[in-house]
Design a binder for this molecule. Structure first.
Ligand code: HEC
Length: 152
């Protein structure tokens, strides 16, 4: 789940933040009892802009998807160590795998890592990468690969 907020103080200072989380247990939400105005939920089906096939693959779109689809919850792009392998200098490197072999992080490897994460596990990491097959379009995966390749 992605929750984003944009707040502004009376003095005009603004705060924009995003949180990515997996709800575990939700208690019932009664907006008016919590001090909110009655909520109106619009259930009209609509397509998210990110799912439109018309967006041509680009580094900028990849950066947007990195945040929008939650990759950033696990992968860093600045070399910081975290739960998942960082993306900085990943493209073109030889990645050590859990089975003791090494693989070149080329276009096909990056794409496979997104569509079928269990196929090759990076040494030192656990299976824990969600499978994005059927969730991201081909164009979106291309954008993400372009973005990873841009992180030298
Ligand atoms: C819940 C945490 C999590 C999220 C969210 C996540 N990943 Fe991963 N990812 C991992 C882990 C853990 C690994 C290492 C294990 C493996 O190789 O499958 C990994 C591995 C990878 C690799 C291979 C990295 C390497 O060093 O070889 C790529 C590429 C990748 N993820 C892309 C993505 C993309 C693109 C997204 C968003 C669309 C994403 N990941 C979202 C946890 C995550």
């Amino acid at each position: 789940m992605h929750v984003g907020w944009s707040l502004r103080t009376a003095a005009g200072q603004s705060f924009d933040h995003n949180a990515y989380l997996t709800p575990y247990r939700l208690r019932e939400f009664h907006p008016t009892e919590e001090g909110f105005a009655p909520l109106v939920v619009d259930l009209t089906p609509h397509r998210l802009p990110s799912n439109q096939a018309t967006t041509a693959p680009s580094v900028a779109e990849g950066r947007r998807l990195y945040e929008f689809t939650g990759c950033m919850a696990c992968h860093s792009v600045d070399g910081t160590k975290s739960f998942a392998p960082g993306w900085r200098s990943l493209a073109g490197s030889m990645v050590p795998l859990a089975d003791g072999t090494r693989v070149l992080a080329d276009h096909d490897y990056l794409k496979e890592s997104i569509l079928n994460p269990g196929a090759k596990i990076t040494r030192g990491y656990e299976i824990g990468m969600p499978n994005y097959s059927g969730i991201l379009t081909d164009a979106q995966i291309e954008s993400l690969v372009l973005y990873i390749q841009s992180l030298k």
